[in-house]
Design a protein around this ligand. Sequence first.
Ligand code: G3P
Length: 223
Amino acid sequence: MLTKPAIIINCKVYSEVEGVKALHLAEICQNIVDETGVGLAICPPMVELSYVADSVEIPVLSQNVDPRKPGSGTGYTTPSLVKATGASGTLINHSEHKQPAEDVGTCVQMCKELELITCVCADTVDVAKELAQFSPDFIAVEPPELIGGDISVTSANPEIVSNTVESVKSVDKGISVLCGAGVKHGGDVKTAIDLGADGVLLASGVVKSKDPESVIRDLIRYI
Ligand code: G3P
């Protein structure tokens, strides 16, 4: 389970988290969760998924999953493989790894059958509303143009957050809505929550920082 408000840290494939460095970041998160009880989850690089999931107790999520059953399919990541690593869930349809809506639905369904947490990403309010029909656990709205930048979606485009919350909840009240792109500080997390979100999905603010622990402690400051 992922406590809300949820802060999901996507490691992407930054050099700062190659090899054992992904585990070091996961251990920092684990220590903070042990101390504070906040809802932190981490998405390590795919090749580190099993190793990290095996080593910490916080939710570890895959960065992607493919709508494939076990069998022939070289290089694909099946929901079944994700489950077998001990990971708790997966991102689906990140804007850097998009899938057709039909495949998103298949992935969500396959993950639900395996009791994996599903966090579906969407670029826009309309896409978020469309993908809400699949009833994932989380929908994370992230305007692509703000990803990796220094301006948080919560300041640059607060309407996309509140409108996504409203649209998604109009389809399924049970879906938790996250926002992401440019989130760096505790104030951004607070604004996200004030706008109705259940947390944030972020990457560079933590992963590329020289002091990820301080950044995470700042992110949870108002929670
Ligand atoms: O998955 C999180 C993401 O796309 C946002 O990235 O670097 O803007 O926090 P970033």
